[in-house]
Design a protein around this ligand. Structure first.
Ligand code: MN
Length: 207
């Protein structure tokens, strides 16, 4: 089988004015597509799981000469697939239910979470991601990763977890609209989060 770029469930301009249509089109159709194409090239002829998370969480199972390409491009595929989903318009605009309670009890409340997440996004040097994850202890934590590393990558990241919310802070995610103003992009992102999707991700990660 080959991995595939998931279709967006919304139009390229659905996130305007916070993320512009041209950025979304290039990001999804060019950047994400390139990760998937290079990933499929890297795993050609190998017996790999259908689930991208299963593939990238244990890179050590792969032949040594494939691990770097799968780390970068498999991570890119997984990270962007999550990103499009948590941006889907129409869901709750604030945390609700179990994930809201966990943000309150484990992260000190929404404002503390927002500060920690924004700091993680702003201080990630160069390209990478900011994340809200469920750790192996079942508790929420905020982190960031460089490049296309995913928090699920055992032996790669400082602290392993299942990401339930992520923000792409590569320049390709915001440069057309925000240029060097990454903090403004991060701030705008909080208008776009679909907390119903995050709640569903949290339920799966804590099941
Ligand atoms: Mn990206």
């Amino acid at each position: 089988m080959a991995y595939e770029v998931p279709s967006l469930s919304y139009a390229f301009d659905a996130l305007e004015p916070h993320v512009d249509a041209r950025t979304m089109e290039i990001h999804h159709d060019k950047h994400h597509a390139a990760y998937v194409s290079k990933l499929n090239d890297a795993v050609a002829g190998l017996d790999v799981p259908d689930c991208i998370c299963a593939l990238i969480s244990d890179l050590g199972k792969l032949p040594a000469d494939k691990q770097g390409a799968v780390r970068n491009n498999g991570g890119g595929h997984a990270n962007h697939s999550l990103f499009w989903e948590i941006l889907a318009p129409g869901g709750a605009s604030n945390p609700t239910g179990a994930v809201a309670a966990a943000i309150e009890s484990e992260l000190g409340g929404f404002d503390a979470f927002k500060t920690a997440f924004s700091t993680a996004a702003a201080t990630r040097f160069g390209s990478g991601w900011a994340w809200l994850c469920v750790g192996e202890d079942g508790k929420l934590f905020v982190t960031s990763t460089p490049n296309q590393d995913c928090p699920c990558m055992k032996g790669i990241v400082d602290k392993t977890g299942r990401p339930i919310l992520g923000l792409d802070v590569w320049e390709h995610a915001y440069y057309l609209n925000y240029q060097n103003r990454r903090p403004d992009y991060v701030s705008a992102f909080f208008n776009l989060i679909n907390w119903d999707v995050v709640a569903a991700n949290y339920a799966k990660a804590t099941a």
